[in-house]
Every structure is written in structure tokens, then in C-alpha cells.
Design a protein around this ligand. Structure first.
Ligand SMILES: Nc1ncnc2c1ncn2[C@@H]1O[C@H](COP(=O)(O)OP(=O)(O)O)[C@@H](O)[C@H]1O
Ligand SMILES: [Mg+2]
Length: 263
């Protein structure tokens, strides 16, 4: 059988902190198809970000095999773009220079003109026209997330790793971003791993939702989201099928969230 794009086989992860070993992730098995949108939900501390870090090649698994496009992930995975949970914009650089930063790294041979063109395209794509010269400190939360999004997309990675990308945005702005991300993903044929604590967001966007149990994280259930595409993210919450899926998954998630708050 042909391999899938991302394969986690019996992947576990523990961290050592001084004398104690923290088991972050119990063995996890998951395969993600090319162009699939998979959302992770689960209580905080169950290892969601750790999985993204491993797929990005920033962290080795403690046990198991992690492969990307049939090859083991050994060091930095250059075929993924990563929008981390923390805001990592460079405060001393303006919007355009933040977005262009990945292209300045040695591995990219884009010249200055090519870089300016790319930046212009990205600024348009994420709706930041007119703000190129602003500094991160002058932007709203939503705009900062747009800059981070553009910076991830600028080198056109085939896979997007997004860790609670819209967690800090208000409910309305989130929907606007969902609409945009859906468009970007389908136009660009991207594969996505998307971490969120917002179950509605996971259902609205994903082809499959993975619910994790509390730490050490384990996959509790994987659910296909059979809502037709393209989806109207502004109205999908009113569909009866959405409500059914939400109820079913919330029943799985709520016990874990309760346990999660004990730690
Ligand atoms: N670099 C690290 N060193 C030590 N412990 C870590 C490290 N990264 C994560 N952990 C621990 O591993 C567990 C899972 O973390 P994380 O993947 O960030 O969870 P989530 O993203 O699901 O909230 C947590 O208990 C966290 O404290
Ligand atoms: Mg996290």
C-alpha cells in the first residue's frame, strides 16, 4: 500500500526535568493523507504541540517511527510551515520584513526583487494591504495573526502546522479567518494539522477531528467530519449535522477536559 503523507507509528514522548520524567504522550498511531485537514482537540498538556514539534523535526520522539512522505523525520522538516502557539513576530521589523524573513534565510535563493514580489502577494492574500510598514506593536491581535499566517505561507510549504492559530481572536474575527484559511488550503492543496481548544472550530474546518485524552496524551477517538465542502463557515454551525457531530465529540472531550483541570 502506498504510504500516507504523515505517519506516526507508536509515537510516544517523555521529557526529563531534573530527576523526574514526564510522560507527555502515550503511544500514538495516526496517518494523515495528502491534502487532508486534521484537527487535534484535547485538554492542555496532552501533547498536541509536542506532536507538531515532532512533525516539524524540532523534537525527536522517545519511541516509535515518524515518517513524512515515506521517509523518517530526522531533522528540520522543510516541507512544513509552522504557525506556533506563541506569537513570534520580530517586534523591530515591520510587517513586510516579518513576512519576508523566512526567504532571507540561507536556504532560499530568492533575490531581493523576487522577495519583494512574494511579500506583495502574501500581503494581498492575507488582507494586509496598506499595513506593510507598520510594526507588530501597532497591530491588532487579528492582524498579527495574519502576519504570522503570511510568514508561514511565503515559502509555499505543502503542509501547514497550525497551533491554536486563532485562539486569542474574538468569535467574529475567527470566522473571517476560517473562511480565509479554507480558501488558502483548498487553492493551495495543502495538508493541515491544526490544534485548537475550540471544538466548533475543529468541526467547521477539518476532514477529521482527533480527540486526545488527558496527559499522558492518547488518541481517544478519531471522527470523520462528513460535512460537504466548500463550507460556509459563517452558517455551518446552524446545520443539524454540525450539532450532532458537536454533541458526539463534546461528550468525548468533556471528561478529558475535567480531568485535565486537576493537574
Ligand atoms: N520542552 C519540554 N520540556 C519539558 N516538558 C515539556 C516540554 N514540552 C512540553 N512539555 C510537557 O509535555 C506535556 C505536553 O505538552 P504540550 O505538547 O505543550 O501540550 P498541549 O499542546 O497539548 O497543551 C506538558 O506536560 C508539558 O509541560
Ligand atoms: Mg499546546
Amino acid at each position: 500500500m502506498a504510504h500516507q503523507l504523515i505517519e506516526l507509528k507508536d509515537i510516544s514522548k517523555s521529557f526529563q526535568r531534573e530527576q523526574t520524567i514526564i510522560a507527555a504522550l502515550s503511544p500514538v498511531n495516526l496517518a494523515v493523507r495528502r491534502e487532508e485537514f486534521v484537527a487535534f482537540v484535547g485538554p492542555s498538556g496532552c501533547g498536541k504541540s509536542t506532536i507538531l514539534n515532532m512533525v516539524a523535526g524540532l523534537l525527536p520522539p522517545t519511541t516509535g517511527q515518524l515518517s513524512y512522505d515515506g521517509a523518517p523525520v530526522r531533522d528540520l522538516n522543510r516541507r512544513v510551515g509552522y504557525m506556533t502557539q506563541k506569537d513570534t513576530l520580530l517586534p523591530w521589523r515591520n510587517v513586510a520584513d516579518n513576512i519576508g524573513a523566512p526567504l532571507e534565510l540561507a536556504c532560499h535563493k530568492t533575490g531581493k526583487t523576487g522577495r519583494m514580489d512574494k511579500i506583495r502577494q502574501m500581503v494581498e492574500l492575507v488582507g494586509l494591504k496598506g499595513f506593510e510598514k507598520h510594526f507588530p506593536g501597532e497591530l491588532s491581535g487579528g492582524m498579527r495573526r495574519r502576519v504570522a499566517l503570511a510568514r508561514m505561507l511565503i515559502y509555499d510549504p505543502e503542509t501547514l502546522l497550525m497551533d491554536e492559530p486563532f485562539g486569542a481572536l474574538d468569535a467574529q474575527l475567527k470566522l473571517v479567518m476560517h473562511d480565509e484559511i479554507q480558501r488558502i488550503v483548498s487553492l493551495g492543496h495543502k495538508t493541515v494539522l491544526f490544534v485548537t481548544h475550540d471544538l466548533s472550530e475543529a468541526i467547521a474546518l477539518a476532514d477529521r477531528v482527533v480527540v486526545f485524552s488527558s496527559r499522558p496524551g492518547q488518541i481517544k477517538i478519531v471522527r470523520d467530519i462528513d460535512l460537504p465542502r466548500p463550507r460556509d463557515v459563517f452558517r455551518i454551525r446552524f446545520s443539524p449535522r454540525f450539532t450532532e457531530l458537536h454533541e458526539e465529540l463534546w461528550d468525548e472531550l468533556k471528561d478529558e477536559v475535567k480531568k485535565g483541570t486537576d493537574t
